[in-house]
Ligand binder design. Sequence first.
Ligand code: DP6
Length: 342
Amino acid sequence: MAKRGRSVERSATYTASPNIALVKYWGMRDVALGLPWNSSLSVTLAGIATTTTVRFVPGQTLDTLVLNHRPATGPPLEAVRRFLDRVRGAAELREGADVASFNNFPTASGLASSASGFAALAGAASAAAGLRPSPRDLSRLARFGSGSATRSIFGGFVEWRAGVRVDGKDSYARPLFAEEHWPELVDLVCLLRNAPEKAVRSAEAMQGSVATSPRFAARQAAVPSRLRRMVRAIRDRDAGALFPLVMEECDDFRAVCETTIPSLDYLTPVSRAVLAEVRAANDERGATIAAYTHDAGAHVHVFTLREHAPMLQRRLRRIAGVDQVRSLRPGSGGHMVRGPAR
Ligand code: DP6
């Protein structure tokens, strides 16, 4: 890979969107390399994004981080530093960097800011360092910041292949279907009022599940066929096939969390009311017209088709404790942008 000239200041800006997993990544087979036990599948979301500028400054030894216009310290800065050290290692660079990152959505809103955040940092830092990684290499790099960031490099429907190699070379994301593939599909994101903030990073919490959940092994056995069936349903734009699988997977993930010792309980009574409303809407129709899913947090994503979205949105908005229901669509993958993050 080409190395950059020494004394020239280099900066680059990259933008990436969060994704929501339909098949969850939950458990690492190698913690140091961030390698997952199972492959996962997600939809990259349109309309929300993290934009990050990285500037390596000649003569500067430390890294700085500005997050949403405010200087950041502590764990967020440490995580960025560790990530930049990896990029510096690959580019044989020594300079410290100024990093500015901006989310056009609330950072702790449960909209997976670590996925878009580390995808954007990977893109900006590697370009600023003069590296020219392929999108696949970028997805390999992003996972060292956050596993879910691996998938935000690509748009539309994305698979992160777990791989089997001990060096992790075959663990990367790949786009399966473009963002335009299924125009009728909508994600109604239910943002809860007063949702508790995540106490423990998922990367840590999931290893508790690997070590203690009696359901972890059964989940591993079930995921590959579930993922294959989901890919077929997405290929065929078959909501009647996809939606039950999305809920089955979410329930399986939640069962693993809840049987972890100590138990991981991410939902609130309001989240559970959203799940119940989706089940009720499906029962009333006598067909699966909507599917809920959630990550390691209290907010709930409800997938449906455009024709049912207004009715569902009205029902979900009426639930006490639901602050907003945002309608999001599949969106594009990460890309370079001109000018600094604002
Ligand atoms: C439940 O890789 O996002 O969202 O950055 O440590 O929070 P942290 O972990 P991350 O964990 C993802 C867990 C998940 C499922 C998924 O997105 O596949």
